[in-house]
Design a protein around this ligand. Sequence first.
Ligand code: B1M
Length: 211
Amino acid sequence: MVDLGGLKQAVIDGNRNKVVEFVKAALADHMEPQGLLTNHMIPGMLEVGKLMAEGEYFIPEVLRSAKAMNGALEIIEPLLASGKRENSGNVIIGSVDGDIHDIGKNLVGMLLKGNGFLVHDIGVSVPVAKFVEAAKGIDGKIILGMSALITPVLDEMPKVIKAIEEAGLRSRVKIIVGGAPIDQEFADSIGADGTAHAAAGALTLAKRLLT
Ligand code: B1M
């Protein structure tokens, strides 16, 4: 069994080569990708956030860790995406206008894809109108997922919901919101159909909302 004791620290150090090496070795040893993320890599990113908040880390250090994380996700994605084949439904996902964080959004998208959803990732810093256009472009019942990591952009979420209502799409568009600053109370207050703290919860919610 591969010793993953150093994986979290390699994420904190932003050592992409080391992170990728750990992940490749763990996968070769038939370890579950989800466990690598939940038990080692995400706790590493949370520590990076703590160091950032304490003024120990600045943007270059945080970016280095994000690149290390993304390097590993490139390897993990095909495995997460190779799950269920039947179509579970359409999901549009994006980070709201003003927010360029995408690691969490990408993870949610990967897990949904791996469970048969057709995921339309419309990127980061997505303006209200682009969410609406994307929803108009897909027929039938769909899920629209918005991600936000920084509090100043949270107001974008009710704006998107209002625009979806005004476009007459709300009855067939289920809206889920997520990201570190979001809780159930906030989701309820803006009239979203649900929220989840992590990718696995987003999957459960998406399944529930589309069936
Ligand atoms: Co930023 N950043 N950052 N950052 N960054 C945070 C979010 C922060 C908490 C750090 C801190 O101060 N402690 C803080 C926000 C404070 C606040 O407003 N509450 C912050 C700040 C302030 C900023 C800048 C403003 C810094 C500056 O410029 N002075 C700036 C903003 C840029 C912008 O968006 N306009 C900025 C920039 C950056 C980088 C570019 C350097 C980089 C992003 C790189 C990238 O994403 N490609 C970055 C990073 C990496 C972070 C931290 C350290 C890590 C985020 C992350 O990737 N986590 C973060 C600290 C933290 O979160 N504690 C921080 C790992 C990821 C797997 O988790 O994204 O939470 P997360 O996703 C989870 C869940 O939230 C959930 O599931 C995911 C998987 O389990 N989830 C959903 C997410 N989306 C979902 C959607 C759903 C459902 C669930 O349904 C649709």
